[in-house]
Ligand binder design. Sequence first.
Ligand code: ATP
Ligand code: MG
Length: 412
Amino acid sequence: MKQSKLFTKISKEISKEETSKNAQLLIRAGFIDKLMSGVYSYLPLGLMVFKKIENIIREEMNNISGQEVLLPALLPKENWEKTGRWKYPEMLKLQNRAGKDFSLGWTHEEIITPLVKKFVKSYKDLPIYVYQFQNKFRDELRAKSGLLRGIEFSMKDLYSFHKNQEDLDEYYEKVKAAYFKIFKRCGLEKVTFLTLASGGAFAKYSHEFQTETLSGEDEIYFCKKCDLAINKEIIEEEKHICPECGGKDLEIKKSIEVGNIFKLGKRFSEPFDFMFRDKDGKENPIIMGCYGIGLGRLMGTIVEIYNDEKGIIWPKEVSPFSVHLIAIESSEKVKNAAEKLYKNLQEEKIEVLYDDREDKTAGEKFAECDLIGIPTRIVVSERTLEKDCVEVKKRSEKESKLVKINEVSSSL
Ligand code: ATP
Ligand code: MG
C-alpha cells in the first residue's frame, strides 16, 4: 500500500484524557480512533492488525475442530430470564416501541445453548465445538485503559458440548494448548501465564491467561516453590497459601487477562433443558465448556508490551505490513528504484507499506515509521543506490545494514 493513499495521518498530539499507553500509541499512529470512552473505531492500519489477530485465532480454533458461526448481538430478554442473568449489572439493555426488552450481548451462552439444542439429540451428535467473533457490550465502569477494557469490544467465544466430564476434560486441555499457540504467535509467549481462577460450581478452578505487564489491572501471584500462577480471588480465598504445594512465598506481578477457559458443566444445559440420548436410550444432560479471548484487549496488550520511546514494535505475525519501504529523496532515480522494489516485493507476496510521500522530510518519515512499528524498514536513497544497495533496519534493533537491491527479498 502506498502511504500517500492512506487517508489517516499520524498525529503529533495525544489527547490528555487518554492515559493508557496502548491507546496513546495506537491513536497517534492512526490505528484506532476514539469515539467515546470505551468505544473505538478501527482505522485501516488498525483493522489490518485486528484481522491478523482474528486469523491467528481462527486457524487455531479450526485446528481443534471449532466450527465458526455468527450469532446476533441484539438478544431477547427471555433467554436471560431462563438462567437468571437478566439482572447482570454490566448488561446494556434497550426497549423497542412496543415495550419489548432486549440486551446487547455481553456473552452468548444463553443464545448458543438453545441453538445447538435444536440440532443435537443423541450421543452420536457429540461432541460439538462452536465459536464466533462478535462484538460484546458491557457497561464497564472503568473504561479508561484504551483497548484493554471496552464498553463495546470484540471477543472470540468458543463453546463446547460434551456427553460427559471426561470428554470435556480432554477438550479443555486441547483448548489450553491452542491458546498457548495463539499467544505465542502474537509474541506474548514468554510473558503469558496459565493462572488458577475460580471455577464456579462445576470445577474447582477455571484458568485465565494472564500477560505480565506493569500496566495491567489484575494481579497474579507466583508461588516461588512450585511456579504456579494464581489469581487474586483464589489467593485471597486460600489465605495467601499456594493451593498446589502449600508454599507461602509468593511474588506479586501486575497483569492483563487476555483469555480464559471455563468448565461450565450443566450451568446452561439445565435451564434450557438440553439433554441427549445415550447408547442405552437414556436422556442425560449436556456438559459444556466456554473459552474466551478479547481481540482488542489482545491487540492493546501487544502494544503495552512491545513499544519504546519512539513508538510501537509489532511482532511479525500481527504487524499490519512486513516491510516499511521509504524513499527519502524525490529524485527520479530514487523514485524509480523504490517503485521497482515495491512492485518486486509485492510480487513475492511480501506486504509492504511504501512511503512515497513527497511532502515529508526524511526525519519526519523515519519518526513516523518508528511510531507505526512495522518490523523491517527499507530505505532507498541516492547514497545507497550508488552502491546498488538499500538500507535495511529492524525496528527492534539499532543497527542498519546495506543490502544489494536484488538480494533484499531473500534477506528478509
Ligand atoms: P475482566 O475480569 O477483565 O473484566 P472478564 O472476566 O469479565 O474480564 P470474560 O467475561 O471471561 O472476562 O471475557 C472473556 C475475555 O474477553 C477476557 O479474557 C478478555 O480477554 C476479554 N474481555 C472481557 N471484558 C473485556 C472488555 N471490557 N474489553 C475488552 N476485552 C474484554
Ligand atoms: Mg469483566
